[in-house]
Design a protein around this ligand. Structure first.
Ligand code: NOJ
Length: 550
């Protein structure tokens, strides 16, 4: 693998691009994206300027949760292709300098995984203890008792996707625990045999050359050993109506983080990024002997206000322990796409460029979700086309995650070049205009802005590795910060709104000539004077202090 510089480390210096394989590129006309489709688009990805790809699950699955219910960890679902297709994808990606990380869903399996099929076959099956089986309890007065004679579920825990987290199994007279669908039973991470086996799964892929893993719901591996009830909370859906003291983030996790890190460290330059439930875990689960990265989802909750983003960054910078590296995301396959979240409408693309400039110029590893580079918004999915299980269950309170999972629009032709068949989910309504080919041809497009930003980031030690310093304590409408590395100082100035803005900085900028390296305003002459930066409407500009400046 080529390295950009001697100390280049792909997961720290690079940008990681998430692919939802069902929706990226179909190569066989069945309307569902596949591995050969991804391989065919690797030149596009290399040309975009990202460093690594994260593939959402591609393993055999009955698809109750579209691949997040795995029935074999060491194979490829036929809908996506074969192991040989995967090996070719990996080799072709590596040949282009792109790393590949896989999504490992190890908190739970599919109910059709042979481990669970065995486990549920009898109480004395050797795999019984691979999952969380509990006896029914005596129904409390007025309490939920779904099965006459079977008592009540062992405690009050709820499933993320709705309903109780316990499913009664009449054949063996016990309940099993599932934090998600009942088709996704949770593994018992206290069982050393389970741990040994899943570490073997990791080695299976590492030996094939995979560069790392995204670990699904890493925070959920352990549940309270006494299965205590969760206290109540205020919320709309069942899951939100509890404080998750006992079904998440248990202290036993510390050992497992160390063990997983040990598995990865036996191979050169491999990494793991953990999906974790909140900011506290995003800080606690990373660092030496822990995960390389953990998603900080704070940006998903911020209103479109510079101060909100700045505070989120400063809180993170202050909280991360020594040796831990930040990690930012604006979207993924579980949340509304950010152009929609930040307000949509005629200025959505302008806002998208500002958001992209922020994401890609902070200290830390950014993740880009496919389609973000086109400014792809949510697509409205009519009720009878909803595929996502929580969407079906909670409509109209919650429409599910299909709107952010629609196919990648490649061109203005039939089905946007995604498939020659019937796409599994409808395309974005504006795909005739919002597609890769159209944006490729437009120098002012969101796509070309991403490309320029990614190139600049790659060339700039200050952006990749430099320190972060906010320049105004209470920014109201625009944001400015410095990224500084030995020999390079970059000023990032972002106007969040559609009118001209003069940002007053707390102190004068380092004296010298500031050269515009990238701007959303063509021919920009950067108005930087003393402690003032003036920005055009929705301007996102990166300036560099001329090296020979005093
Ligand atoms: C988190 C994943 O991102 C989501 O898509 C999935 O449904 C749940 N984990 C369950 O695996």
């Amino acid at each position: 693998m080529t390295r950009l510089t001697d100390d280049y480390l792909w997961w720290r210096d690079g940008v990681i691009y998430q692919i939802y394989p069902r929706s990226f590129q179909d190569s066989n006309g069945d309307g569902i994206g596949d591995l050969n489709g991804i391989t065919a688009r690797l030149d596009y990805l290399a040309g975009l300027g990202v460093d690594a790809l994260w593939l959402s699950p591609i393993y055999p699955s009955p698809m109750f949760d579209f691949g997040y219910d795995v029935s074999d960890y060491e194979a490829i679902d036929p809908v996506f292709g074969t192991l040989a297709d995967f090996d070719r994808l990996l080799a072709e990606a590596h040949a282009r300098g792109l790393r590949v990380i896989l999504d490992l869903v190890l908190n739970h399996t599919s109910h059709l995984h042979p481990w669970f099929v065995e486990s549920r076959s009898s109480r004395d099956n050797p795999k019984r203890d691979w999952y969380l089986w509990r006896d029914p309890v005596a129904p409390r007065s007025g309490a939920y008792a779904p099965h006459s004679g079977a008592g009540s579920p062992p405690n009050n825990w709820e499933s993320v996707f709705g309903g109780r987290a316990w499913e009664y199994d009449p054949a063996t007279g016990q309940y099993y625990y599932h934090q998600f669908l009942k088709e996704q039973p949770d593994l018992n991470w206290r069982n050393p045999a389970v741990r040994a086996r899943v570490y073997q799964v990791m080695r299976f892929w590492l030996d094939r050359g995979v560069d790392g893993f995204r670990l699904d719901v890493l925070h959920a591996y352990f549940k309270d050993d006494q299965f205590r009830d969760n206290p109540p909370a205020i919320g709309l859906r069942g899951w939100d109506r509890q404080q998750h003291l006992y079904d998440l983030d248990r202290p036993e996790m510390a050992d497992v983080l160390r063990e997983i890190r040990g598995v990865l460290d036996a191979y050169p330059e491999r990494m793991a990024v953990g999906e974790v439930a909140d900011f506290g875990m995003a800080v606690r689960y990373v660092g030496p002997h822990k995960m390389h990265l953990a998603f900080n989802f704070d940006f998903l909750r911020q209103p479109w206000l510079p101060r909100a983003f700045q505070q989120a960054v400063q809180r993170y910078e202050a909280a991360l322990p020594a040796g831990a590296w930040p990690c930012y995301v604006l979207g993924n396959h579980d949340v509304d796409r950010f152009p929609t979240r930040f307000g949509g409408g005629p200025y959505a693309d302008a806002r998208t460029k500002v958001a992209a400039a922020l994401l890609l110029t902070l200290r830390g590893t950014p993740f880009v979700y496919y389609g973000e580079e086109l400014g792809l918004p949510n697509t409205r999915i009519p009720r009878d086309e909803i595929q996502d299980p929580p969407g079906r269950r909670y409509w109209p309170i919650y429409g599910g995650r299909d709107p952010e999972r629609t196919p990648m629009p490649w061109d203005g032709g039939p089905n946007a070049g995604f498939t020659t068949g019937q796409p599994w989910l409808r395309l974005n309504a504006d795909y005739a205009r919002r597609n890769v080919a159209a944006q490729d041809a437009d120098p002012a497009s969101v796509l070309n802005f991403y490309r320029r930003l990614l190139r600049l980031r790659r060339e700039s030690p200050a952006l990749r590795r430099g320190t972060f310093r906010a320049l105004a304590r209470r920014p109201v409408e625009a944001l400015a910060y410095l990224r500084e590395a030995p020999g390079q100082t970059v000023l990032v100035a972002l106007n969040f709104f559609g009118w001209e803005n003069t940002l007053k900085l707390d102190s004068p900028l380092p004296a010298g000539a500031w050269r515009v390296r990238l701007s959303t305003v063509p021919g920009d002459q950067a108005r930087v004077r003393g402690n003032r930066v003036t920005l055009a409407p929705f301007e996102a500009t990166l300036l560099e202090l001329e090296p020979n400046s005093p």
